[in-house]
Design a binder for this molecule. Structure first.
Ligand code: CMC
Length: 435
């Protein structure tokens, strides 16, 4: 543990003479954290925090978010600077290793990733087992999990070198798995990765290329894709990352853990939101319908959410959303799209929501997913692939967090407790004696 003691709090149990003193811990940035581990032993009580809104589940050196100030740092570097000056593979190195690489380190890392981009040829046959209309996220969960059946030589989580190779394999192969999930759904031939292309460029090639024609890369679009990957690369202990850590805490292999993360990401409250935003905009149809939609969102009985708005941690603005909005304008300009009704609708929706007391009082701002779908659609990426793309980007974050967990000597199996509200202890009654 590298956090430092920074005081203590004393907890006294009302109506008894029992009390305990809990250490307060401080990290590099962020609020103090009460270390409650001895609370149960000393006072016999648990803490209750459904949704973990006030619980730090681990120590981490990877990503920092200040939700009130709209700050996101990867290994200390602001997301804005990385999105502007770095590229996705360099960010991968940074997240995994803690520092930006020098030229030799980067060349070595690049080689390590590109060396692993191809899939075991037998893994290809897995695709035939899926229905033609399978959602690509279903294929992702299945094929990534199945990697454990193919790469036995790096399943020993206690071997540092095997962990390193598993990381390379996941980061390198996930774009291939994702692109093939799409190709399968449209009945086009799978394209093998090209190691002469950059990471984002190769991904776009495998998605959009066809063997019958020469593929022409558009550097502005591959740069936009690279930036989208950077923005989604990690986000501290969100639902999918916590899922990866929980699975990892049992000693499960890395492929199983990342497949678990992909499953958690799929939900519309998390990574599925980018797909849901476009569906929502399409359903609203025209800007005149926005006020009626907003009214529906504000009606608690409707269960309708303004997708792409709100965040558990960001209560000011999501810094990724700002970069995404700028990138959206750049991409549309590059593609010569002067009038994109979806973008007009999104901007109008944002304007109306940010003036509405419902959203203002709850500190609900556009999140990373609000504009990403519009860019991806303009780039010709089908809606069903949006969350898949998020998974491709987040794989490095999941792997970095999994590695950190395994390398943390204080890590134990994740095992929350509960408030039991079921029947008290009672005796079994034979079926013929039940009323
Ligand atoms: N539309 C309408 N009302 C909302 C929204 C929304 N998008 N988000 C939160 N609220 C309301 C919520 O109903 C609650 O109201 P009240 O206090 O009256 O009960 C209040 O705001 C606080 O919300 P919460 O549900 O306690 O917030 P949470 O931290 O549990 O949920 C969230 C965060 C992201 C799941 C939620 O804001 C949401 O469902 N947003 C839409 C889905 C979305 O865009 N998700 C992507 C998140 S960013 C990318 C990622 O992490 O994957």
């Amino acid at each position: 543990m590298t956090s430092k003691a920074s005081g203590s709090i004393t907890v006294t149990l009302d109506g008894s003479n029992k009390s305990t003193t809990l250490p307060l811990l401080g990290g590099t940035l962020g609020p103090q954290v009460a270390d409650i581990r001895k609370l149960y032993g000393d006072l016999g009580i648990f803490t209750y925090d459904p949704g973990y809104g006030a619980t730090a589940s681990c120590e981490s050196t990877i990503t920092y978010i200040d939700g009130d100030a709209g700050v996101l740092l990867y290994r200390g570097y602001p997301i804005e600077q990385l999105a502007e000056n770095s590229d996705f593979l360099e960010v991968c190195y940074l997240l995994l290793n803690g520092e930006l690489p020098n030229k030799a380190e980067f060349a070595d890392f690049h080689k390590g990733v590109t060396y692993h981009t191809m899939l075991h040829e037998q893994l290809r046959r897995f695709y035939d087992g899926f229905r033609r209309d399978a959602h690509p996220m279903a294929i992702m969960c299945g094929v990534v999990g199945a990697m454990a059946a193919f790469y036995h030589d790096n399943l020993d989580i206690n071997d540092e070198n095997q962990r390193r190779i598993a990381a390379f394999r996941l980061i390198a192969k996930v774009p291939t798995i994702a692109a093939w999930a799409y190709k399968y759904s449209v009945g086009q031939p799978f394209l093998y990765p090209r190691n002469d292309l950059g990471y984002a460029e190769n991904f776009l090639y495998m998605l959009n290329g066809v063997p019958a024609e020469e593929y022409v890369n558009n550097p502005i679009l591959s740069r936009a894709m690279d930036r989208i990957l950077i923005l989604h690369a990690d986000h501290e202990q969100n639902a999918s990352t916590s899922t990866v850590r929980l699975a990892g805490s049992t000693g499960a292999n890395p492929f199983a853990c990342i497949a678990a993360g992909i499953a958690a990401l799929w939900g519309p409250a998390h990574g599925g939101a980018n797909e849901a935003v476009l569906k929502m905009l399409a359903e609203i149809g025209t800007p005149e319908n926005i006020p009626a939609f907003i009214k529906e969102v504000k009606d608690k009985n409707s269960h309708t959410k303004l997708m792409g708005f709100g965040h558990r941690v960001y209560k000011n603005f999501d810094p990724r959303a700002k970069i995404m909005k700028d990138t959206c304008h750049e991409v549309l300009a590059e593609l010569g799209i002067k009038d994109e009704p979806l973008l007009d609708m999104a901007m109008e929706m944002e304007r109306i929501a940010l003036e509405d007391d419902y959203f203002v009082s709850r500190k609900l701002y556009p999140n990373v997913d609000f504009y990403s779908g519009i860019i991806l659609k303009a780039m010709g990426i089908p809606t069903s692939m949006f969350t898949v793309l998020f998974a491709v980007a987040r794989t490095v974050g999941w792997v970095s967090q999994w590695k950190e967990l395994i390398e943390d000597p204080s890590q134990r199996i994740g095992r929350p407790r509960q408030i039991y509200t079921g029947a008290p202890s009672r005796d079994f009654v034979a079926i013929d004696k039940r009323g």
